[in-house]
Design a protein around this ligand. Structure first.
Ligand code: SF4
Ligand code: SF4
Ligand code: SF4
Length: 262
């Protein structure tokens, strides 16, 4: 039977951590590399055995696996299942892994048509399946949302993980954080924003920096879709406009998205 990760038992012996990338841009792993002092502190608490962006060695003995990227081929399915069998703790890192992310745009069209559009006459030679987030294939213990993942949340999740505690995802909208940060609402500036239905946890990162929310952290569990529609109506926007932006990240979340907005 597989050992459970136990921080008490592991005291003294650093847990071995491995990072694996699937279909993605590796930007979330880059966020780790960008953690600066915090990365050094994390490196003091764990033994990183596999992390392509910062080391050339490839260790296959690990207890904690970070999965970056979405699942888009049969080989991916087999590979992530093998990693799950080996890991005591599995973390989905970034929007590609947690909600399918940008790669999910492929799911808008029938698979054969999507392949043909990208690969033309060579599409027959391409083996691909509809994009899936990691939890559609294997059990995920911790989710770190975002494109890219937000460094303060990465650190919080690592602390929880090392203490053997769950990380409770925020289940309220980005607007809550945005209001606490006293931003002027983008709707007041004639822009649509997905903050009202998007899961918080990034401290309204984009809005704080003069942008709007594109929904990269996925929907809150019970999105106030009617409220979002009312806002659009109030500002004279069309539902189609916002849906176009919303599917940038959430195409792989099929039913949840459909239930909320169609
Ligand atoms: S979530 Fe975004 S930044 Fe992270 S790997 Fe995917 S595309 Fe790159
Ligand atoms: S709609 Fe966007 S800009 Fe307005 S409060 Fe919500 S998150 Fe902030
Ligand atoms: S503000 Fe929206 S798009 Fe930006 S990081 Fe947060 S959830 Fe993602």
């Amino acid at each position: 039977m597989k050992k459970q990760f136990n921080p008490e038992r592991s005291r003294g012996a650093k847990p071995k951590v491995a990072f694996f990338d699937f279909t993605d841009c590796e930007g979330c792993q880059l966020q780790f590399a960008n953690m600066g002092q915090a990365l050094l502190e994390v490196a003091g608490l764990v033994d990183i055995v596999n992390f392509r962006e910062i080391m050339s060695e490839e260790g296959q003995d690990y207890e904690i696996a970070f999965i970056e990227g979405s699942i888009t081929t049969d080989k991916d399915v087999t590979r992530v299942k093998k990693i799950r069998e080996k890991a005591n703790v599995l973390v989905a890192l970034g929007a590609c892994a947690t909600i399918g992310g940008v790669n999910g745009i492929k799911n808008r069209a029938p698979l054969e048509l999507a392949k043909e559009r990208v690969y033309g006459k060579k599409s027959d030679t391409i083996n691909t399946i509809n994009t899936m987030p990691v939890h559609k294939v294997v059990k995920v213990d911790y989710f770190i949302h975002g494109c890219p993942a937000y460094i303060p949340e990465i650190i919080t999740v690592i602390k929880c993980l090392l203490m053997g505690r769950p990380y409770v995802l925020p289940n309220y909208a980005v607007c809550t954080e945005c209001k606490m940060n006293e931003n002027v609402c983008r709707y007041e500036k004639d822009q649509e924003c997905l903050g009202p239905v998007t899961r918080a946890g990034c401290n309204s990162w984009c809005v704080n920096n003069g942008n709007r929310c594109y929904g990269c952290r996925g929907l809150v569990d019970n999105p106030a879709a009617d409220g979002q529609k009312d806002i659009l109506l109030k500002y004279g926007l069309k539902l189609e406009e916002i849906l176009q932006h919303f599917t940038l990240y959430n195409d792989s979340m099929g039913e949840k998205y459909d239930q909320a907005f169609k």
